[in-house]
Design a protein around this ligand. Structure first.
Ligand SMILES: Cc1cc2nc3c(=O)[nH]c(=O)nc-3n(C[C@H](O)[C@H](O)[C@H](O)COP(=O)(O)OP(=O)(O)OC[C@H]3O[C@@H](n4cnc5c(N)ncnc54)[C@H](O)[C@@H]3O)c2cc1C
Length: 169
């Protein structure tokens, strides 16, 4: 992702959540120790390379440009920006960027503009009859309490769909 701006962008006014550059205390500590913000922006790992024992020894990266294509975020590699980084340990710390395509494409259910499965809260019905969606897959990255709430709600709506009525809360 690109580095966020220092102040709110015109398309991100109050009272929206401010999408601005922030330094967490761990990043401050790293910057104090190593002299710079430890984060690298607009970069994508293309592969990990291991040694003859199968232990990771390097990762290969390329810089990327973020583009919106058909309402979805895509990342285009920038030719000539490939780099190789020595590494003995790799920790993956990744946020949720949308549900996996595999099941959604096989089922042929419609998505919303954020790539989640389109299904109204309270009904949980997708665009395909008999397929229901709940939790992160429906609402995007969220909380366990919502996953529980939506799981119960989806169970109720499946029951209603199967039986014609439901006594589930
Ligand atoms: C790093 C991290 C930290 C978080 N911390 C918190 C926190 O502190 N508090 C909080 O409330 N929330 C937190 N969350 C969010 C919370 O974990 C999610 O909102 C919640 O787990 C969503 O539940 P879900 O049932 O919708 O989806 P998931 O928990 O993602 O469950 C989906 C399940 O479907 C399975 N699956 C996928 N594809 C298939 C398939 N084709 N066939 C069969 N099974 C399949 C997956 O293996 C998975 O078990 C955190 C999330 C992350 C990633």
């Amino acid at each position: 992702m690109p580095r966020p701006p220092d102040t709110r962008a015109p398309d991100n006014p109050w009272p929206q959540w401010p999408r601005v550059y922030k330094m967490d205390y761990g990043q401050e500590e790293a910057a104090a120790r190593f002299g710079a913000d430890p984060r690298t922006y607009q970069i994508s790992t293309t592969k990990f390379v291991g040694d003859e024992h199968g232990h990771v020894k390097e990762l290969h990266t390329v810089k990327v440009n973020m583009k919106f294509k058909d309402g979805r975020m895509t990342f285009e590699p920038i030719p000539g920006t490939e780099e190789v980084w020595p590494a003995q340990l790799v920790l993956l710390a990744m946020g949720f960027r949308g549900p996996e395509d595999f099941l959604i494409e096989q089922l042929g259910v419609a998505r919303d503009a954020r790539s989640n499965v389109a299904a109204e809260h309270g009904k949980f019905r997708t665009s395909v009859e008999g397929i229901f969606a709940a939790g992160d897959m429906r609402r995007g990255q969220s909380l366990v309490v919502w996953a529980i709430n939506e799981g119960r709600g989806a169970a109720r709506e499946v029951d209603r769909w199967l039986m014609g009525e439901t006594s589930l809360p």
